[in-house]
Design a protein. Sequence first.
Length: 481
Amino acid sequence: MTSLLRARLSLRQKIVAILTLYVLGIGAMGIISYEDLRTMEDKLEFMRLGHVIANTILEVRRYEKNYLLYGLPEDLAEDRRYLAESFKTLDALTAEASDLRVSSQLDALRARLRDYRQALGDLAVSGGGQGGEAALKLREVGKGLTEAADAVVEFERGRIRALIRLLGAQLLLAVSVSVALGVALPLLMFRKIFKPLGIIRAATQDIAAGRFKEIQVVNTNDEIEQVMEAMNRMVAEIERRQDQLVQTKKLSSIGTLTAGVAHQLNNPLNNISTSSQIALDELETADPAFLRKLLANIHQETLRARDIVQGLLEFSRAREFSLRPVPLSELAGRTLRLVSSQGGSGVRLTSDVPDDLVIPADASRLQEALLNLLINGIQAVDGKGEVSLAARRDADAGQAVITVSDTGPGIPEEIRSRVFDPFYTTKEEGKGTGLGLSIVYGIVEKHAGKITVDSAPGKGAVFTIRLPLSEAGAGKMDGPA
């Protein structure tokens, strides 16, 4: 077996060799045990019939006693009826018996039944009574009949005990062989199969959690080595595609925000235009202080427009993932400004984020996550309701807890576990790609955080993000943002 495994076998051949050994060994033990169980089943049925005939004979002896005491014809009739049932049960026992060693006990029991039937007939002819010779003979034959029935039951009980001991020994042997194979073969195959598979499994778990890193390729000279090399290529490609997907979704969000941003820019531009017209009209006659006030207003509105455009540009810029200290209150303010015109006058946006709450994060990606959650909340309230962004510090857990809640219709329980799946959406066709919450999940996982959703139909939804407060939890920070 060792030389076989040392050969350059493919993974399929290695697995087939192991399975063949297991199947042959367990199959052989299974067949033997199955036959023993079939034998046990037959013997239990035989034992049941033995108890039936023993009980029937007890009834025969009971009515025999009543007949001897009272001489009633009814007792004699019942005695004969139970005797006939005993013969029928004995026929069934004989048909069920497959062991020749019990045949002598059955023949003896049949002979005793015949003798009892003859003695009962003699007693009936003599007219009954306890003191006659026929009554004494019936009692003696009845005693032998009872002993013969008990002998059949006891013989078969002994056979069952022996079979149980045999099954126990076989079970112990099967367990010992199975344990020996279960220990020896995995130890033998660990280096070639199980260890590499464990590495691949850990890598897939990391990928599912949003952590993309290459794995160490183990030299197994089979398909496992090829799979590990392919995994490394896949990890590199997934990481590249995920960055593209985040940027694509970000550009899609910019398209959603464009109308709102245009509306936000319209107000400062109108103020600038109005102030400029007044300044031009009053240029020759106006008081210098008044003109200075108009120019200050123009400057203020220009700064306001610049901040709006700068916020949009900052959000859309593609950057490498980098953890830096991020004040959550500033990030929340910038994000809320971007979505402030999305819901209309019927949607109320609120924020409750401490000014001193700073976490290590990639500001652009975290803003993308919050933006997606806020847009989802605004769409959920459908023009009328409240969307809230809040954050707090959980010192015991060493985490920042960020919540985005809405007063919308809520998420049904049957789809709640799928909201973070890629391309899963409940929106009408053309109104959603199903990528928003999936990207949010990936961004949070990349920050070594967790995101959960709590919702009930008619009671809105609350998305909770937990992010590490320290560098140890999220990774080394690169410097101030």
